[in-house]
Design a protein around this ligand. Structure first.
Ligand code: XLS
Ligand code: CA
Ligand code: CA
Length: 440
């Protein structure tokens, strides 16, 4: 059966095309440096938003009736797999990712849940034999079901902890079966609502043990995926332990996990933490822990996670700059953890949304690539920090000075000469780059 009726494979038609079902900027085969555009961007479709979301919000029912929604249970799950691989092919995306419960319904026992999952995973595996689309990452949903009311690996209930461990164990087995390149941990309910009833130290210790056991098991079964932590400061929990990259980095170092984890950075989570997307990417990159990206955007007028498809070109440029400077994402990719708006309830909106996101990141890639070729930011920063290249500055950088020498230096100074940071000029130049994207 065809689900996305009347839609053919989405092709690249160039920036002058007015065909709404064509890429204007994403040309997967185009070479940029030593990689193709497809290899640079490694796009991934998020199963949950695209095939299971119905547009419901806390104030209203779903608005989206998908052609698989007349079915229920396993029949619906199977129809979703068919629809998913049809869309992957039409969008020509190299990756997808999912939570366990996105692909298969929970059964009346954990055993039955696993049986359901096994059946769907076998079906997915079959599709993957002939599809180019591979698994970027999978993860276990440990936040939706009421059993996770007090958390999963940080629950106050040891039975829930064990249940969560069983789900992750299964997730690792599934990841191995499907050749997943990464495995994600997002701790939506790993945190606390109030300290009044919380043993914070025990919860953090337990969480670290959970990660160690997951690593041990992955090793035991020969699943060599990159483990990723996806930081988020809040929502649904008031205070989440993996607040942002810096907080999660400290946690990883404290518990000896730093060599086995990288980060999956989500744009909207960065803004919820009071940071920019590029701040989180930069922090992860400079510590060698930038693993993958949930490429969406939030609404800065709102304090919650809106998971919108990325269309802000300024942001895609700065994000792609970080990714290129990281020499790419390695085994990671750009996953559209993004959902169409509640008012965009037609099936075609799913296609338009992915085209918009893919084109926006392709523009970001081209502009950032050109900026790096021109040493745009590098020149700005070199010039700005030039006092650290010689004299006392050089000594500071090489760690060969001390407070006495610095004091002597300061005492001998006449007027200190600071120069402008030239922010407005820099922004105007970035606009110039952006506006010339069609000539790149
Ligand atoms: C929720 C998160 C979640 C993770 C995967 O805010 O973004 O969807 O990406 O569990
Ligand atoms: Ca995410
Ligand atoms: Ca999110």
């Amino acid at each position: 059966m065809t689900y996305f009726k009347g839609i053919d494979k989405i092709n690249y038609e160039g920036p002058r095309s007015h065909n709404p079902f064509a890429f204007k900027h994403y040309n997967p085969d185009e070479k940029l440096g030593n990689k193709t555009v497809e290899e640079h961007l490694r796009f991934s479709v998020a199963y949950w938003h695209t095939f299971t979301a119905d547009g419901a919000d806390p104030f209203g029912a779903g608005t989206m009736q998908r052609p698989w929604d007349h079915l229920t249970g396993m029949d619906q799950a199977k129809a979703r797999v068919e629809a998913a691989f049809e869309l992957f092919e039409k969008l020509n995306v190299p990756y997808f990712c999912f939570h366990d419960v996105d692909v298969a319904p929970e059964g009346s026992s954990l055993k039955e849940t696993f049986q359901n999952l096994d059946e769907i995973v076998a079906m997915i595996q079959n599709y993957m034999k002939t599809s180019k689309t591979k698994l970027l990452w999978n993860t276990a949903n440990m936040f939706t079901h009421p059993r996770f009311v007090h958390g999963a690996a940080t629950s106050s209930n040891a039975d829930v902890y064990a249940y969560a461990a069983a789900k992750v164990k299964k997730g690792l087995e599934v990841g191995k079966e499907l050749g997943g390149e990464n495995y994600v941990f997002w701790g939506g309910r790993e945190g606390y609502e109030t300290l009044l009833n919380t043993n914070l130290k025990l919860e953090l210790d337990n969480l670290a043990k959970f990660y160690h056991m997951a690593l041990d098991y992955a090793k035991e079964i020969g699943f060599d995926a990159q483990f990723l932590i996806e930081p988020k400061p809040k929502e649904p929990t008031t205070h989440q332990y993996d607040f942002d990259v810096s907080t999660a980095t400290a946690f990883l170092y404290q518990y000896g996990l730093q060599d086995d984890f990288k980060f999956n950075i989500e744009a909207n989570h960065a803004t919820l933490a009071g940071h920019t997307f590029e701040h989180e990417l930069r922090f992860a990159r400079t510590s060698g822990m930038l693993g993958s990206v949930d490429a969406n955007q939030g609404d800065t007028l709102l304090g919650w996670d809106t998971d919108e498809f990325p269309t802000d070109l300024y942001s895609t440029v700065l994000a792609m700059y970080e990714i290129l400077k990281n020499d790419g994402l390695g085994r990671g990719g750009l996953n559209f953890d993004a959902k169409v708006r509640r008012g965009s309830f037609e099936l075609n909106d799913l296609v338009h949304a992915h085209i918009a996101g893919m084109d926006s990141f392709a523009i970001g890639l081209k502009v950032a690539h050109k900026m790096i070729e021109d040493n745009f930011f590098e020149n700005i920063v070199d010039e700005r920090y030039k006092t650290f290249k010689s004299g006392i500055g050089k000594k500071i950088v090489s760690g060969t000075t001390n407070f006495k020498e610095l004091e002597n230096h300061a005492l001998e100074l006449g007027d200190i000469n600071n120069v402008s940071g030239q922010l407005e000029r820099i922004k105007a130049q970035i606009n110039q780059y952006l506006l010339s994207v069609n000539e790149l």
